[in-house]
Design a protein around this ligand. Structure first.
Ligand SMILES: Nc1ncnc2c1ncn2[C@@H]1O[C@H](COP(=O)(O)OP(=O)(O)OP(=O)(O)O)[C@@H](O)[C@H]1O
Length: 229
């Protein structure tokens, strides 16, 4: 389980995170939701220790984040990080050389799942296919937790559907996933837990199935209640 305890993050005098608390379990998809600039990416960066926090703590399976934690967790940012002159195959080779957790079989499955041509250069890919390669490179790592920042951002409906399908496939398996998205309609039916953020804190968190079954409300219903009240 990833446990985020009371984290505070300031950029200069601006306090972006004012005591954020939530947990994300293995085997579940947890979705961070909030308006632009609320601090979703900052939370992801804090979990990955890419940005220092001012206060609070983050634990992964009961242990503070350390170098060796990164064998167990991966971050898929909203922009591709491999070099544009590489082909997809070369970018996979790069990851294979660099990460001992690289799983070739899963990478090949993802390649065929997304119907990507391994000989195509990253620079010549459409936005949708670039997003798919980005996901492939992250999901092919054998790690327990995957963080995804805006995997649906700016891509067409069919690519969004294909990406959403990955969440229900064995390619995610029993991993813990934390995702940020503004495209809630695409994954509403897939997510287990929702964390609603506003003004630097978690204003509501709930289990989506419980919310549907007990209160008869969708994620969008709850978002309207919380953000438009
Ligand atoms: N390195 C930085 N230096 C200064 N301010 C920053 C830095 N990184 C983020 N911020 C500020 O922190 C706030 C939160 O940014 P963040 O990118 O985490 O928001 P977000 O919720 O992910 O937004 P979006 O939905 O637009 O992706 C914003 O006001 C942003 O300008």
């Amino acid at each position: 389980m990833i446990e985020v305890h009371n984290i505070i993050k300031k950029f200069g005098r601006k306090q972006v995170l004012k005591g954020v608390n939530f947990t994300a379990k293995k085997g579940e998809i947890t979705c961070l939701i909030g308006i632009n600039g609320v601090g979703k990416t900052t939370i992801m960066n804090a979990i990955m220790a890419l940005t220092p926090i001012n206060k609070g703590s983050i634990q992964i399976d009961g242990k503070a984040i350390k170098k060796d934690t990164f064998d167990r967790i991966t971050f898929i940012p909203d922009a591709i990080t491999v070099l544009p002159h590489m082909t997809i195959e070369e970018s996979m080779q790069f990851m294979r050389d660099y990460y001992k957790s690289w799983n070739d079989q899963r990478a090949l499955e993802l390649l065929s799942f997304f119907k990507l041509n391994p000989d195509e250069k990253i620079a010549s890919l459409s936005k949708g296919n670039t997003a798919k390669v980005n996901l492939l490179l992250g999901l092919a790592l054998d790690v327990d937790y995957v963080l995804m920042d805006e995997p649906f951002s700016g891509i067409d409906m069919f690519s969004r559907e294909q990406i959403a399908n990955v969440f229900t496939s064995h390619l995610i398996e029993d991993r813990g996933v934390i995702i940020t998205t503004h495209e809630i309609n695409d994954i509403e039916h897939l997510i287990d837990k929702v964390i609603l953020l506003d003004d630097g804190v978690v204003i509501k968190q709930f289990n989506t199935e419980e919310m549907r079954e007990v209160e008869g409300k969708s994620v969008v219903d709850v978002m309207r209640e919380v953000y438009q009240s």
